[in-house]
Ligand binder design. Structure first.
Ligand SMILES: [Zn+2]
Length: 568
């Protein structure tokens, strides 16, 4: 054992008092399997079949032959999706530099094959036969089977209007875009970025056009947004944004005035070794219940990425900032929220079936923002964190690392140019800004070449500040470079759902704040696991929100949360 290994072992045991160890004990309990229930005997009534929670439904016999065939077909499509995901993780983490072009071709090929298998005419025939069976023998179809069939048809219908070549191109460009963006951002190279972005916009407009033609829609932007947020309309988003704009706009000057009168905060700028930061991030995710046995956390030169599969959830964050440990911690908490969602999907029963997939970007971001922004910025969280980071970063009684100071820094509101550095209050305005620009790009009202000017003008209108160049302006985000048009509103819709979920969690779990202060996050993770993660795609978005929170999605809980945290 060399000096550094010994050092880390000592540090770990020093930082391993009851506060952490209790959690690890609970974690082990969480992973334990419960005994399988006795299989129930088949009875003519009730009309809907009963299943034990651990029956592998993917392979369970079903009286509809067509549905059984579909389950096998979709299992294989799901397997290909998992292979593509794993190769995508490899692209971002372990792949040698020289392999990237070949890897792009491999990933794109898999997406084309998946598309071919999904859109074959005989899939349509099988879907029709299975639907007829469901209509005539509803007693053979429980809610999960019905939802699975519904989602199979959804996937088929979503993919069918788009040509295979376009699907292949999209997959290739989305990974290439990560590299293009990374290089253009590092060099502030707008001409190179502009060319690529124009190609991306054009390709996405072609996809949207094909979807509109097949589905009878007339909004290209809606066609693309629906891929990320099925069941949510652009009109709904515009309504929610209108309310938030008005209310947060009113709140912001009051918060700024209030915070200007508060005690000055101590800057965090110091030296925080990268290895120690990653140890902290790892330990936090483990305490939250992230299973490292089927997942990992990597720092890379790429932007943070959510994704992976429930069996292989590799979270990727950007290289740590050695002068501010809260930067990588924020990313790890955010990606950790995504990771918990992925790992909690119903993999054992439905593994590759459409009903076992996540609900799309709005629910995904709700899970990430709930951990990062809602829970991760409570005073209780910093009561838990402060003594640990004092030890970890050798700063006993360092005023910068006190709970009060850390909480103050992380809840400091300051309009800024960068989305990733944005506070929780002005975060919304960054989304509104991008939502309006990407809508115009896709609807053909804004040319990619005019983006920097439009970006800066709108930023000035919304937050009263102007970027100096493209790096802190229109080049800062990776989303459009990986073809994600219609994704940005998901952050705000996710933030709304996260606030609504947290309100319900605080009602259902007594002393939520005390649990967080003790680092005992598992009751919260388990609650989310049961109400959201394990539900897969059993319900549509509206029903999921209603079932988990008791009411329809509304901006009110988010506004109340912001008011309580920042105005009180
Ligand atoms: Zn996210």
């Amino acid at each position: 054992m060399n000096f550094f290994s010994r050092f880390w072992q000592t540090l770990k045991s020093f930082l391993n008092p009851a506060g952490w160890t209790g959690r690890f004990g609970a974690l082990l309990q969480r992973g334990k399997k419960t005994a399988l229930p006795e299989p129930k005997e088949a009875v003519p009534e009730p009309p809907v079949k009963q299943h034990g929670p651990s029956v592998v439904r993917q392979y369970e016999e079903h009286p509809s032959e067509a549905y059984m065939e579909l389950k096998y077909r979709f299992r294989d499509i799901g397997r290909m999706g998992a292979i593509a995901e794993t190769m995508g993780r490899d692209f971002l983490t372990a792949m040698p530099e020289g392999a990237w072009r070949a890897r792009l071709g491999q990933i794109a090929f898999l997406h084309r094959r998946m598309h071919e298998d999904l859109t074959r005419l005989d899939i349509k025939h099988l879907l029709d036969r299975a639907k007829t069976h469901a209509e005539n023998h509803s007693e053979d179809w429980d809610a999960w089977d019905k939802a699975n069939l519904r989602e199979m048809e959804e996937m088929h219908n979503r993919q069918s209007p788009v040509e295979g070549e376009l699907v292949e191109k999209r997959a290739r460009l989305s990974y290439e875009g990560r590299r293009r963006h990374r290089d253009a951002l590092a060099a502030s190279d707008w001409p190179a970025a502009r060319e690529f972005l124009a190609e991306m916009v054009d390709m996405n407009r072609q996809i949207a056009e094909a979807k509109c033609r097949a589905g009878g829609g007339n909004s290209y932007y809606q066609a693309l947004m629906s891929e990320y947020m099925p069941g949510i309309s652009v009109t709904e988003v515009e309504d929610w944004f209108g309310t938030l704009d008005k209310k947060i706009g009113k709140m912001l000057p009051q918060i700024l005035k209030k915070q200007a009168q508060q005690k000055e905060l101590v800057s965090l700028k110091d030296f925080y070794p990268a290895k120690a930061q990653m140890w902290l991030n790892h330990a936090l995710l483990e305490s939250l219940g992230f299973d490292f046995h089927r997942g990992g956390l990597y720092e890379t030169g790429h932007n943070p990425v959510e994704g992976g599969t429930p069996d292989d959830t590799r979270l990727v964050i950007k290289n740590v900032d050695i002068n501010d440990f809260t930067d990588s911690m924020k990313s790890a908490l955010h990606e950790g929220g995504h990771g918990l969602y992925i790992q909690g999907l119903p993999r054992k029963t439905w593994r590759y079936q459409p009903v076992a997939q996540d609900m799309g970007a709005a629910v995904h971001e709700s899970q990430a923002l709930l951990v990062e922004m809602i829970m991760g910025r409570t005073r209780s969280f910093y009561d838990f964190l402060a003594p640990r980071v004092e030890g970890l970063f050798h700063g006993l009684h360092n005023p910068a690392l006190s709970a009060e100071n850390l909480y103050g820094l992380k809840t400091k509101v300051q309009p800024g140019l960068l989305r990733k550095k944005a506070d929780e209050v002005t975060y919304f305005f960054h989304m509104k800004h991008r939502f309006e620009l990407e809508r115009d790009l896709i609807e053909g009202k804004l040319k990619p070449s005019a983006l920097p000017e439009a970006w800066n003008g709108k930023m000035n209108d919304i937050l009263g500040i102007q970027p100096e160049g493209v790096a802190d302006g229109c080049l800062q985000d990776v989303h459009w470079f990986v073809g994600k048009f219609g994704y940005f509103p998901a952050y705000t819709v996710g933030h709304m759902y996260a606030a609504q979920l947290y309100e319900k969690i605080c009602k259902d779990i007594p002393d939520t704040g005390k649990l967080i202060a003790a680092g005992d996050f598992l009751p919260i993770t388990n609650w989310l696991g049961e109400k959201v993660h394990a539900q897969g795609r059993l319900y549509g978005f509206t029903d999921l929100v209603k079932n988990s929170t008791g009411s329809e999605l509304s901006p009110a809980p988010l506004l109340k949360h912001l008011e309580t945290r920042y105005c009180a």
